[in-house]
Design a protein around this ligand. Structure first.
Ligand SMILES: *Cc1c(COP(=O)(O)O)cnc(C)c1O
Length: 388
């Protein structure tokens, strides 16, 4: 492949910030999880443009690592995924919004996740019209109160469809509410409800767990697991060592170096007064790039809590954010590195190998998932295969 086709977004020389996406690390993370889950099959969750990293690049890399089943949220995502992985099995989690949406499922061989008896009727009608018994997945809500039919509705459907054979369920699934709190009693309760349902669908695949749920053990795995964030390098369990390899590195370019005096203030609202003479690196990154304003050092609601404020990393050192993060620019305190150590054109890491994404997210009162799926369009994106 020509080097240029590895790059997406504005050219590096014009971009304020860059994302490096390590597809080798992504594949290694997938393979590691697949090994833990075997003999269960490990699917890839690539909703929201593969957690913001680009479904057209991420999905083929996962397929390359042996992934054959994928989950997206919406049919349009499924259509994009179909172009990237022509042979994969594709499930659409949010299911059928209307009967008219059925044609897209047919065209791109997408499998709807049916979340209610209403969805079942829609798919039955669509199958009746198209003259085909088309595959579908059945989602059961076992305690999340998000999407899915009740256990009773699922059992009734199993009985009825065994007689009518109107549609072809190929997967039964549910989703855990508290998988990242491994000792939460909800996990076992949901497992037991789910087992009631899987017993009524004995010959089809079953799927219960996301990344964190995998760590609950084989009993929870069913025949298909659904890790997302762990594949992308996020921590599986908050507050514990992260065994996954870093996939994403975000860096921002220093647009200007300033020398400010003690007593001066920084950024909107003049909410931060400098306690010392300060060297400020002004970096071309802001909330328009999905760098959350809540990570500001001062002057935003979150900073009235005790959470540690946000920072960047450069030359192996942590550099704190100063004042409010603005739309396109963020100020970092680089005084401690010493004079003339940071220059215009240098890059400050926002998260990556030196600053875990979960830490950067926590500083802004959010989670790695939200940081990734909020990444804007202004990054120069570089996909590397080489590993680090
Ligand atoms: C997003 C999602 C997943 C993946 O969850 P992670 O926590 O990222 O591993 C799995 N299943 C469902 C239903 C989801 O919505």
């Amino acid at each position: 492949m020509a080097p240029d086709s590895q790059n997406v977004g504005p050219e590096m020389r014009f971009a304020g910030a860059s994302l490096t996406i390590d597809l080798e690390a992504l594949k290694a993370n997938y393979a590691g999880l697949a090994q833990v889950c075997a003999p269960s099959i490990t699917a890839g969750v690539v909703k929201a443009d593969a957690y913001g990293l680009g479904i057209d690049r991420v999905a083929p890399a996962l397929a390359d690592a042996g992934c054959t089943r994928f989950f997206v949220a919406l049919p349009e995502e499924g259509a994009a995924l179909r172009r990237a992985v022509p042979d994969a099995t594709i499930y659409v989690l949010n299911g059928l919004f209307s009967e008219e949406s059925g044609s897209l499922y047919l065209e791109d061989r997408l499998i709807p996740v049916l979340n209610s008896p209403v969805d079942v009727r829609l798919w039955e009608t669509f199958c009746g019209v198209s003259g085909d018994r088309l595959p579908c997945a059945i989602n059961v809500d076992t305690g999340m109160n998000r999407l899915g039919m009740t256990v009773e509705e699922a059992l009734a459907f199993a009985e009825e469809n065994a007689l009518t054979q109107a549609i072809d369920p190929v997967l039964v699934m549910s989703h855990l509410a508290c998988a990242d709190e491994q000792t939460h009693p909800m996990n076992r309760r949901q497992l037991e409800s789910f087992q009631q349902v899987t017993a009524a669908f004995p010959s089809i695949e079953s799927s219960l767990v996301n990344s964190a749920g995998i760590l609950l053990g084989a009993e929870y795995h069913g025949s298909v697991t659904r890790p997302g964030i762990a594949v992308y390098g996020g921590a599986i369990l908050p507050g514990t060592a992260n065994p996954m390899r870093v996939v994403v590195t975000a860096e921002a370019r220093v647009a200007q170096i300033r020398h400010a005096r003690a007593g001066e203030t920084v950024s909107y609202g003049a909410t931060q007064t400098l306690a010392r003479d300060t060297i400020i690196a002004v970096a071309a990154i802001g909330y328009a790039d999905g760098y959350p304003r809540a990570g500001s050092a001062t002057g935003v609601a979150l900073r009235q809590t005790n959470r540690p404020a946000g920072h960047g990393s450069i030359q192996g050192q942590r550099v704190p954010i100063l004042g409010r993060i603005t739309m396109d620019l963020t100020m970092f305190d680089v005084t401690d590195l010493g004079p003339n150590m940071v220059a215009k054109g240098d890059f400050i890491e926002l998260f990556g190998p030196n600053l875990p994404i979960d830490e950067a997210a926590a500083a802004a009162g959010t989670i790695s998932y939200e940081l990734l799926t909020s990444l804007g369009r202004r990054y120069h994106r570089r996909y590397v295969e080489s590993g680090r």
